[in-house]
Design a protein around this ligand. Structure first.
Ligand code: LMR
Length: 399
């Protein structure tokens, strides 16, 4: 029987840690691994805007029949408007489309499966470092993956010169994956000028660009976080964007995302859409309904949209306060490592520069769970656990 020879797969580097955390019996355990927002009580709240939208949906008694393969038109136009902003949306309305996907991961898988049908020999380039699931998604579609320079590991900020040199040298026909904002895992983002410089280089290159955009609104604001993506849209001939509603609507388990394609070359986009639908049909057939109905309900209703924006602002501000607080708490304890860059980094994550040994020790001795790379989910820090976290990190680093 062939199944007898199957070896166990390694634990998922992010979700596997949460499974370990759930089994940990220590009362002071802290989960700073998976990118899930927690409020100051350590709870992952459901947004009031989401709960209200759910009540409205219940009253509407909507049908559970299949959605179109690419999703509902209203969901798609609202998704494009959110990512692109109204004015760019108006401009590219006829040269763009979206597909509602099961989460941002679904959008990445859809574009990777699609590209594997038409561009199998391309190599796929990711930042060093990148989200732990990026390479597996594309490698499981048959691609070889490569890394471009991104982080200056000494300073824990973007090595822009190295990045530009690296991107300039990507061969024609290859695929480039960028992070639109709140870079995962580093929290180190490009400035608007750097996005502009990058887009000028990409414009003259014959490569396929995909922008992973899973944290809109978690960094500096809904529109501010989209600035880089919008600069790319205005300057490149083609662009794929993988957006997600997991974090900014707290709809993690509902699996709501959108794959967006924009073309500025007046190419016939209908053929492309038809092929993407064909690919979607073979992986998940059509998107889950409940989460995307919630998003549509909120984005279409001015009251709910305003409520959602203010809820998202609360999340964002709490994360920023925790960044400042963690840094100052570590300084107060005379931690021998300078963590000042945590304050500058953006979004849920910080790349702490903690070594693998430090991370192991924090897990084994203190039940503090951090991704192996040293990535910390700042949104898991609360006023209740910050002393414990700062004490433990200081002990481990100063030891
Ligand atoms: C993360 O990076 O922690 C999140 O995007 C969750 C995931 O699926 O890995």
């Amino acid at each position: 029987m062939i199944f007898e020879n199957i070896k166990s797969a390694p634990k998922d580097p992010i979700l596997g840690l949460t499974a370990e955390f759930n089994n940990d019996i220590k009362s002071n355990k802290v989960n700073l691994s998976v990118g899930v927002y927690q409020d100051n009580n350590g709870i992952t709240p459901t947004f009031d805007s989401v709960l209200t939208a759910e009540k409205i949906l219940l009253e509407k008694n909507y049908s559970k029949s299949y959605k179109p393969i690419d999703g509902d038109k209203k969901f798609l136009s609202e998704s494009l408007k959110l990512v692109l902003g109204e004015s760019i949306y108006e401009k590219v309305n006829n040269s763009s489309f979206g597909l509602n996907t099961p989460g941002g991961t679904g959008a990445l898988k859809l574009v990777s499966e699609f590209l594997s049908r038409f561009s199998q020999k391309s190599k796929v380039w990711f930042s060093n470092p990148t989200w732990a699931n990026h390479k597996p998604i594309f490698e499981s579609s048959g691609f070889k993956t490569k890394e471009y320079t991104y982080l200056d590991f000494e300073k824990n900020s973007v090595d822009f010169e190295g990045f530009i040199t690296s991107v300039t040298n990507i061969p024609d026909g290859d695929i480039l994956v960028l992070h639109g904002c709140c870079h995962n895992p580093t929290g180190a983002d490009l400035s608007n000028n750097q996005w502009l410089e990058l887009s000028k280089i990409l414009k003259n290159k014959n490569i396929i660009t995909i922008c992973d955009f899973a944290y809109q609104g978690l960094g500096s604001g809904i529109d501010k976080d989209a600035k880089g993506v919008r600069i790319l849209v205005e300057n490149l001939d083609d662009l794929f964007i993988c957006s997600s509603y997991s974090k900014n609507f707290g709809l993690y388990s509902e699996r709501v995302g959108c794959l967006i394609y924009i073309n500025n070359r007046n190419r016939n986009i209908d053929n492309l859409l038809s092929q993407l639908k064909k690919t979607a049909r073979t992986i998940y057939s059509n998107p889950p309904a409940h989460g995307s109905n919630i998003v549509t309900e909120i984005l279409q209703d001015s009251f709910l949209k305003k409520l959602w924006k203010s809820e998202l602002k609360t999340l964002r501000e709490r994360i920023q306060i925790m960044r400042i607080s963690l840094n100052s708490n570590l300084k107060e304890r005379n931690c021998m490592k300078d963590f000042s860059y945590i304050v500058e980094q953006n979004g849920m994550f910080s790349f702490t520069g903690l070594s693998k040994q430090n991370v192991e020790k924090l897990k084994n001795d203190y039940s503090i769970y951090i991704v192996n790379s040293g990535r910390v989910n700042i949104a898991g820090i609360t006023t209740n656990n910050i002393d414990y976290i700062a004490d433990s990190i200081t002990k481990v680093v100063n030891n």
